[in-house]
Design a binder for this molecule. Structure first.
Ligand SMILES: [Zn+2]
Length: 269
């Protein structure tokens, strides 16, 4: 036998930027790559989400106090940050897209029409390019309204033996209306003329192309959360964390400061 241990090598760049599903109004096509979507409870700290640490974390405690002291207008308090339930899942996005020749950003149609210029860089001309299925792994995230649709869709279809047809064996079509907080989305199975899902096999991307859903939203300690509540920026919290790691003799994994900076910049982008 050959004994294998996957020792994590911190000198290697482990950082992989999460690529989120690009929501444009109109129709999208994708395949679910996982059969569950973890719930990550988070707080919005002005510039980004931070994972909640539980019922007794500093923000939860503060929320209870604010609610007690300002029962009528607690929502107007600047330190009131309600816990937000967000769900995450890896999908294979197959929506017809174009690739910007300038910045390599994916460009999707808006209500069926592609823009002439790449909206990300406003330089790349994409009007003369053909749209092809994106075929890239993306993270779909949303709240209850979106994610409760997934088991509902799956429960609508059974095969000849009366067995449920797993939702990851057929494509889903999503209709998106509106943008920002006004956005609504409806997920449907891609069905044939008999109203049955078009089951077919896709080339499933290798595991390493999936994103780690548990590290997408940064985690902080309770002490660090207190700093954030006091108004210290997330950037400074991470810088301080790195400094502490350097001071200690323990063999703690140390994040590459450049990578941390990059990561923080992206969070605040
Ligand atoms: Zn571009």
């Amino acid at each position: 036998m050959s004994f294998k241990v996957d020792i994590r090598d911190y000198s290697q760049n482990q950082y992989k930027k999460t690529k989120f599903f690009d929501w444009t109004p109109g129709q999208h096509r994708f395949r679910f790559l996982q059969d569950e979507a973890p719930l990550i409870q988070s707080y919005w700290f002005g510039h980004g989400f931070i994972q909640a640490n539980g019922f007794d974390d500093p923000q939860a405690t503060l929320n209870r106090r604010i609610k007690l002291e300002h029962p009528d207008d607690f929502r107007n308090n600047k330190n009131w940050r309600p816990i937000q339930d967000r769900y995450y899942v890896n999908i294979l996005d197959m929506t017809p897209s174009k690739t910007c020749p300038e910045c390599e950003n994916e460009v999707k149609a808006v209500n069926g029409t592609f823009p002439a210029l790449c909206p990300a860089c406003n330089k790349g001309v994409v009007s003369n390019l053909d749209a092809k299925p994106l075929n890239q792994v993306r993270v779909l995230t949303g709240g209850k309204t979106l994610f409760e649709q997934i088991p509902t869709v799956e429960s609508q279809y059974v095969d000849e033996e009366g067995e449920a047809i797993p939702i990851n064996t057929y494509d889903c079509v999503m209709h998106v209306v509106g943008v920002g907080s006004q956005r609504t989305a409806v997920i449907l199975a891609d069905v044939n003329e008999n109203q049955k899902p078009k089951v077919y096999e896709i080339e499933v991307p290798p595991e390493e192309e999936l994103f780690d859903l548990y590290t997408i939203v940064p985690k902080v300690t309770d002490d660090e959360m207190e700093q954030l509540i006091k108004g210290v920026s997330l950037r400074d919290v991470f810088v301080a964390r790195n400094k502490t790691d350097e001071d200690s003799d323990e063999e703690t994994p140390r994040a590459d400061p450049v990578e941390v900076q990059k990561r923080v910049d992206e969070l605040f982008a």
